[in-house]
Design a protein around this ligand. Structure first.
Ligand code: ADE
Length: 230
């Protein structure tokens, strides 16, 4: 899967070299390329922002460097482009978004905004090159799109076949079936006065499966009732 990232802080994405994502990149399963937006400026100060028309606080990212970097990426597209602009004003990302994106066969481009945002015309221009999504990680505000993009790249990337060693572990985890995951235990069976639930030591697969499902439903009901209501 090909993923491009546009940012003024490429260092945020250094962690993609670590752990499963790093291994998947090394193995050629994930091809992630990070572009510094300032490389697409032409002034001495490598300016990427300016004051907002109409006034107001903060600065807005200028459209010209964005236009150039999007053109450069589009000229090297490997499949239909999907531009994702992380934004607290977007639709909320979820496991079903991650699944749809991982299965889409699209070439993803994460455009990370800073300051008060990106000039609105950039989204209209990107829509002439591919699909555009404004996507929020949740109802809180980060300093920019980088951390949100990292989270989305990991959530999508780990669903690409070969990234996670044991594909079965993807099936049983939280949110895949709309329920939270059941509790897990390992040895020792008794630890500091806490015992592993008896049923898990029984070796009875049917009872274990039933207990785990009951735990999933109960946890979801108490912690995330919103997941059961729709
Ligand atoms: N940028 C700033 N806050 C964000 C959020 N909650 N989700 C996605 N991008 C963001």
């Amino acid at each position: 899967m090909r993923i491009d990232v546009v940012t003024i802080f490429p260092a945020f994405f250094d962690v993609l070299e670590v752990s499963l994502m790093g291994r998947a990149r090394g193995a050629g399963i994930l091809d992630v390329r990070v572009h510094d937006l300032r490389d697409f400026t032409h002034d001495r100060h490598r300016t990427v922002d300016d004051t907002p028309y109409g006034g107001g606080a903060g600065m807005v990212m200028k459209p010209e460097p964005w236009g150039e970097v999007l053109d450069a990426i589009a000229s090297d597209a490997t499949s239909p482009l999907h531009f994702v602009f992380p934004s607290p004003a977007g639709r909320v990302f979820s496991q079903s978004t991650a699944r749809a994106w991982a299965d889409s066969g699209e070439h993803f481009v994460f455009g990370c905004g800073r300051y008060e945002g990106i000039d609105e015309r950039v989204f209209a221009y990107a829509a002439t090159l591919g699909t555009v999504s404004l996507t929020s990680l949740g109802d809180y505000v980060l300093n920019g799109g980088e951390v949100a993009a990292m989270a989305m790249i990991e959530a999508v990337g780990r669903l690409v076949p070969g990234v996670v060693g044991n594909p079965e572990s993807l099936v049983e985890e939280s949110h895949e079936d709309g329920l939270l995951e059941y509790p897990s235990y390992t040895k020792p069976a008794a630890w500091r006065g806490y015992d592993v639930p008896e049923v898990l030591l029984s070796g009875h697969h049917g009872r274990v499966a039933e207990w785990r499902h009951d735990q999933q439903v109960e946890r979801t009901r108490t912690r995330r009732p919103d997941l059961l209501s729709d």
